[in-house]
Design a protein around this ligand. Sequence first.
Ligand SMILES: CC(C)(COP(=O)(O)OP(=O)(O)OC[C@H]1O[C@@H](n2cnc3c(N)ncnc32)[C@H](O)[C@@H]1OP(=O)(O)O)[C@@H](O)C(=O)NCCC(=O)NCCS
Length: 262
Amino acid sequence: MTEKVTLWQRIKEDILCVFDRDPAARNVFEIITTYPGVQAVQWHRLSHWLWLHNFKWLARFLSTLTRWMTGIEIHPAVKIGRRFFIDHGMGVVIGETAEIGDDCTLYHGVTLGGTSWKEGKRHPTLANNVVVGAGAKVLGPICVHDGARIGSNAVVVKEVAAGETVVGVPARVVRTKLSEDEKQQQQLAQSVGFDAYGTSNETLDPVASAIHGLIEHIHALDKRVEAMAETIQRLGGELPPEDSIPEIDQCELQQDQSDNNS
Ligand SMILES: CC(C)(COP(=O)(O)OP(=O)(O)OC[C@H]1O[C@@H](n2cnc3c(N)ncnc32)[C@H](O)[C@@H]1OP(=O)(O)O)[C@@H](O)C(=O)NCCC(=O)NCCS
């Protein structure tokens, strides 16, 4: 079932999501008054409403005015999900039959365009959490699936799978989706406050490399313990409930370490 969201909630989300995606954003007043992308999306929500209620000319006129004011052209028929952010904005063009899911981000100069003059679906669909880099063109009735990223100035003419990163002209895949193992490693790293995603294997930082190695090692150990637990259960043994495992007292641990050092 789709969650019911009030107009006010939508506007609030459109504004607040800017803080997560632009480190330069300082406060709500600044976002409302100086972010053309945020302004264009709010005007689009109104022109889309007019379009759906059959005020077609008024809807198009409003989107033309918005284009004059912001440099962003969004056809009023375009369906846009929640927390959509267009950074900088100038030169963005989004065609009539394009569809955009939740939490998508576009940069300036992006075109979601068609490749044919035939009526019907001729523009792309972006699923959720898609990022389209500055100047990229996504052309035709293709789908860019969840979490995909499109490099700046890429020209995308084929479907992009979930989690993939594509770059170049025509766009080619440079990073495929994470495997289950990599996803688990990433979760483990995030749970200990380390962003392994930003660390490539060729990293030159020895501390980050060491932590990365430790995380991989812990992940391998976790998998072995899980396999052993499964075997014990299969042989009829009982495992202690998880909450009965004593937590390590960090203060005691530090005390032990300093005793060992002295
Ligand atoms: C595509 C993008 C998301 C890739 O990020 P990533 O997953 O961290 O990938 P990397 O930076 O490790 O790059 C992977 C490869 O793609 C190449 N690459 C990255 N971005 C590229 C681009 N836009 N065009 C062509 N090649 C690109 C890199 O050189 C690298 O090639 P190599 O493996 O031969 O060395 C990012 O580069 C990008 O373009 N983001 C858009 C940002 C943007 O538009 N900002 C505007 C701010 S105003």
